[in-house]
Design a protein around this ligand. Structure first.
Ligand SMILES: NC(=O)C1=CN([C@@H]2O[C@H](COP(=O)(O)OP(=O)(O)OC[C@H]3O[C@@H](n4cnc5c(N)ncnc54)[C@H](OP(=O)(O)O)[C@@H]3O)[C@@H](O)[C@H]2O)C=CC1
Ligand SMILES: O=C(O)C1=N[C@H](C(=O)O)C[C@H](O)C1
Length: 256
């Protein structure tokens, strides 16, 4: 049995993950952490501080807030606990900290836990390699009206993937308010839409002369992210120190 703590257990993903783990074999939530522990009733204890966890846990799944990162990494590295980090909104400096911590413990970090998005990133890289500079690339992401960070981590992950195909020469342009010049060839536009209960939609547009290629992924429910996180926890607990992505997991699942 794999014993899990959920960081951000009172949030939307915390609830979906709790319910999905209940129906999964070989894995159980035994602790939760959230800044307002009394807000929800769960079948496991909820702590305000990660340092208060009393149970013996095998891994932590983090769907919380980017401001929690230091505590999470400190706790993980000091207690030798593998981490699945799904939270978004980190800046480059934070990602450097994740990389550093992964020298001491195994960390699975992915801005999107779904299989589909990870495939979309690979497709977008391939399309970019084929099209070269001839098409303008824009990414549009749509999420629910309670999402606190913009652009989505996934939109950045897609942009970073595409940028690799251009030897990291592209600039990112977030919206175009106030722009008084033409779009340049070396930009990737990133645009955020917020509304209702959309679980997450990402579209990449490759716009050329008189033709458009569009690839889109839609998360129909949040279950897909929870499922990926569960696979992530099962994967990461048996790994050596290092930084892993969902692509490592899908290879792992195929070969097992
Ligand atoms: N990688 C992936 O596939 C996915 C990643 N995510 C990411 O996971 C994170 C959580 O998503 P979601 O569950 O929808 O968000 P919620 O806001 O619903 O949940 C976050 C939880 O963390 C708590 N929290 C703890 N510390 C803080 C803090 N310092 N500031 C704000 N909140 C804090 C919140 O408390 P309170 O309610 O009091 O604010 C809340 O209970 C987000 O970053 C989101 O982008 C989401 C889905 C998929
Ligand atoms: O906040 C969300 O809901 C999501 N956040 C992640 C992101 O920022 O990309 C992943 C997913 O799109 C849902």
């Amino acid at each position: 049995m794999i014993n899990i703590a959920i960081n951000g257990c009172n949030g939307k993903m915390g609830l979906v993950l709790t319910n999905m783990i209940k129906e999964s074999e070989g894995i159980k939530v035994i602790s939760g952490i959230d800044r307002n522990p009394g807000k929800s009733n769960r079948e496991y204890p909820i702590y305000k501080e990660i340092w208060d966890i009393k149970e013996k846990i095998d891994a932590i799944i983090d769907f919380s807030h980017y401001s929690n990162l230091n505590n999470l990494l400190d706790y993980g590295t000091k207690n030798n606990i593998p981490l699945v980090i799904a939270t978004s909104g980190f800046i480059q400096k934070d990602e450097k900290l994740i990389e550093e911590a992964s020298k001491k413990i195994p960390i699975l970090y992915s801005k999107n836990m779904s299989l589909g998005i990870n495939i979309l990133v690979e497709l977008a890289k391939n399309i970019s390699n084929i099209l070269g500079e001839n098409f303008d690339i824009e990414i549009i992401e749509k999420h629910h009206n309670t999402k606190v960070d913009a652009p989505s981590g996934t939109a950045c992950m897609i942009a970073d993937g595409i940028n690799k195909s251009f030897n990291n020469t592209k600039n990112y342009v977030f919206g175009r308010k106030g722009h008084k010049q033409l779009r340049t060839k070396n930009e990737i536009g990133i645009h955020s839409i917020r509304g209702g209960t959309m679980s997450g939609e990402h579209t990449v547009l490759f716009s050329g002369l008189d033709e458009i290629i569009e690839i889109k992924h839609t998360a129909i429910t949040k279950n897909i992210f929870a499922l990926g996180a569960i696979k992530g926890a099962k994967f990461v607990i048996n790994k050596k120190n290092g930084l892993y992505s969902m692509l490592d997991i899908f290879n792992f699942i195929e070969s097992n």
